[in-house]
Write a protein that binds this ligand. Sequence first.
Ligand SMILES: Cc1ncc(COP(=O)(O)O)c(C=O)c1O
Length: 363
Amino acid sequence: MEISYQLKAADQRRSEQFRPTDDIGFGHLRTEHMFLMDYKDGEWIEPRIVPYGPLTMPPGAMALHYGQSIFEGAKAFKHTDGEIHTFRLNMNAARLNHSAAVVCMPAIDEQMQVEAIHALLDVDRLWFPEQDGACLYIRPFVFATEDHISVRSSKNYTFCILMSPSGAYYKDGNNKAIRLLVSKQYHRAVSGGTGSAKASGNYSASLKAAETAQTYGASQVLYLDSKNEYIEEAGAMNHYHVLKDGTVIIPKFTDTILKSITSRSILELGQQLGCEVRQESIKISDFVEGVKSGDIIEAGGFGTAAVVSPVGSYIFEDNSVITVGDGNVGKYTLAMYTLLTDIQMGRQQGPAGWVNKVERIKQ
Ligand SMILES: Cc1ncc(COP(=O)(O)O)c(C=O)c1O
C-alpha cells in the first residue's frame, strides 16, 4: 500500500514530546493527523495521512441515517527504549472485518490496516503522552458515505483512523473495584443480531442502560441474554469470574458477545499465569449462588480501555446487593492485570508476534 502524506507544516507541528502534567483524561485529545481511505466503485482507494480535521460528508450519507458504521479500539505503548509498540493489532484488523461482514460492508486488507496504524503512529509519535499509565488510544472506524435515502448497504465508505493521547482509564489505577447493575430490563444484544460486531448502533443502544446503572450507583450494566438466564457482557467489556482454586471463567463467545482481544489474550496466557482459564456458559443464578457461598472469589471485566477492571459488587433492580469476596481487588485479578500490562509495556516477553515496534519512517 502506497500511503500519501500531506503533513502539517513543520511550524504548526509539535516539536517536543508531549509531557502532560495534568490529568489528560480518556479520549478527549487528538493528535495532529489522521489516516483516510475511501471505498468507491468496488475498491479501496487513496490511502493518505492528512491533518486531523473535519470531514465533509453529504447530509444524506447513509451512516447518519441507518448507522452503517463500525469501529475498533486499540492502544499503543511506549517501552523503556523510547520506541512505540502496538499490541496484537492483527486481531483488531480481523475483528474490524468481522464487524464489516455483519453490517454488509467491504473488508479491508488486514495487513493494510496494521500498516496504516503504524504509519500514523510514526508521524504523530511526539504526541505519545509521557505520563504514568498513559497511552495513545487508536480508533479505526468505517462508515457509509453514499448520499442515498434507502435502507440498503451503501456503495461508498470512508475508513478513518484517529488517535487520542489518553491518561489512565481509571484515575486511581485498577486498585478500586467497581459495581455493576444486573439488569433484566435492558439487553445489549439478541441472538441473530449484531452483538458480536463493534457496530456503532450497539453502543447507542447501550446508553440508556448505562445511564440507568448510574442511578443505582453502578458504573455499568452486567448484561444478561434476552431470556435473563446467562451472563453476557459487563458494559463494554467481557465478564470474568475466579473460583476459589484460581480458575478464571469467561462466558463462551456467542453471536451476542464481542470477542474481546483482552479475554483471548488471558485465555492464551493461562499457563504463564499458572491457573486454568476457560470459557463456559454461565447462568446468572449459579453465579449469584457462587458469590454468596464464597465459591466465586473474584470477578471483573476485560477490555482494551481498562485492561482488567475488578468488580467488587453487583446490585439488582430490587436494590439488593451481593459482594464478591471482601469487595476489594483480588490477587488473581491483580496477577492478570500485571502480566498483560507487563507484556504490553515490554517488561515481560509475551508470545511471539504480540508486540510490534513502530518503525521510524517519517520521524
Ligand atoms: C461490547 C464490548 N465487549 C468487550 C470489549 C473488550 O474487547 P477488547 O478486549 O478487544 O477491547 C469491548 C471493547 O472493545 C466491547 O465494546
